[in-house]
Write a protein that binds this ligand. Structure first.
Ligand code: NI
Length: 172
């Protein structure tokens, strides 16, 4: 495994629509392993392949809604599609590609995603709250959308300071 460089918003890779993954091979596994290491190193909750310069539909989401004493679960999403969405939330969102900036983004409260795993097997996974937001945020990345282009407003300095202590939870 190796750390990959996380591109920032200005990089053209982040504005491109990514292509489907068609080869579930060692190269994909290497990418996912490297992305996992990169995500953990950055203390984020999600990372999409274009953020490390790979224009393929692959992303990681950390499921943090787990019982106490249990570790968050890292979900690998290949070719993910939102198949159900309900409710609405307006929470502060950040991105590892937009360091230090947060904005309020409207997202569904719960979403169900259909995706493939690293071997090509289809599965469905649901998420709510932060996890739902993260699913949507990462899938947006695969379509070349960064949250700053769809947020209702950026947070003020005061609001920023208030969330600084929990920034690890909101950077995806
Ligand atoms: Ni992001």
């Amino acid at each position: 495994m190796a750390l990959r460089n996380i591109l920032t918003q200005e990089d053209p890779s982040l504005g491109k629509k990514c292509r489907e993954v068609t080869a579930f091979n060692q190269r994909l596994h290497q990418l996912l392993d490297d992305m996992a290491e990169t995500l953990m190193h950055a203390d984020g909750v999600g990372l999409a392949a274009p953020q490390v310069g790979v224009l393929r539909r692959a992303a990681l989401v950390l499921e943090t809604n787990v019982p106490e004493n249990e570790n968050p679960i890292l979900i690998e999403l290949i070719n993910p599609v939102v198949i159900e969405a309900s409710g609405e939330q307006h929470e502060a969102e950040g991105c590892l590609s937009v360091p230090g900036e947060y904005g309020i983004v409207s997202r569904p409260e719960t979403v169900k995603v259909r995706a493939q795993d690293r071997f090509g097997n289809f599965f469905e996974v649901s998420g709510e709250g932060l996890t739902a937001r993260c699913f949507c945020h990462e899938i947006d990345h695969l379509d070349g959308i960064v949250f700053t282009s769809k947020c209702e407003r950026m947070l003020t300095d005061e609001e920023l300071q208030a969330i600084q202590h929990r920034s690890e939870e909101t950077e995806d």
